[in-house]
Design a protein around this ligand. Structure first.
Ligand SMILES: [Zn+2]
Ligand SMILES: [Zn+2]
Length: 176
């Protein structure tokens, strides 16, 4: 979906003219998901649009809340994702089909409009972790009993041999 804004307030003035956009894209008007998380709620942005001669520089930040599944314990979690935005829009952008980072057309149309939705979504997606965690020190699940170690006690710990136990060395001998 598109989110079109006019950049004429900057374009129609001299080089260096700028204005600030502080707005949002409503939840239903964009789609953002990765393999590990998807956005929920509005996409918020604060951008400065500056006339830089060849076009306009769109710079600032974009922010969204995502829900996903923790890569360690598989519990669902919620996190804020922020992206730094720094994109040049021109009337005649150079389209490089070989550039994997050239994900969207940063073009100013004949009316002086730009569509910032693909750019904001693309930049935010790059900031979603490939292996997200519910918390930085997530303890994960026990491979033995499957207990979520963030909140439950491991049920198999009682059966494990304490390495400091007097007979621990004996157990090693038996294994050999
Ligand atoms: Zn976790
Ligand atoms: Zn266990």
């Amino acid at each position: 979906m598109a989110h079109v804004i006019t950049v004429r307030p900057a374009l129609d003035s001299g080089r260096g003219a700028s204005f600030v956009l502080d707005d949002r894209i409503a939840a239903g008007d964009y789609t953002l998901h990765s393999d590990t998380a998807r956005a929920t709620g509005p996409l918020r942005y604060r951008l400065q649009v500056t006339h830089v001669g060849d076009g306009v520089l769109v710079a600032g930040t974009a922010r969204v809340t995502v829900v996903g599944e923790c890569s360690r314990c598989a519990e669902s979690f919620q996190a804020d994702i922020t992206a730094s935005i720094n994109e040049l829009y021109t009337r005649d952008p150079i389209d490089d089909p070989d550039d994997p980072l050239d994900l969207y057309d940063a073009v100013i149309d004949s009316e002086g409009n730009i569509d910032i939705e693909p750019m904001l979504v693309g930049e935010l997606r790059l900031n979603i972790p490939v292996a997200p965690l519910c918390q930085p020190d997530c303890a994960g699940v026990c491979p033995g009993c499957g207990a979520n170690l963030n909140r439950d006690d491991c049920a198999c710990a009682a059966d494990a041999i304490d390495p400091n136990h007097p007979f621990a060395a004996l157990a090693d001998l038996i294994k050999d």
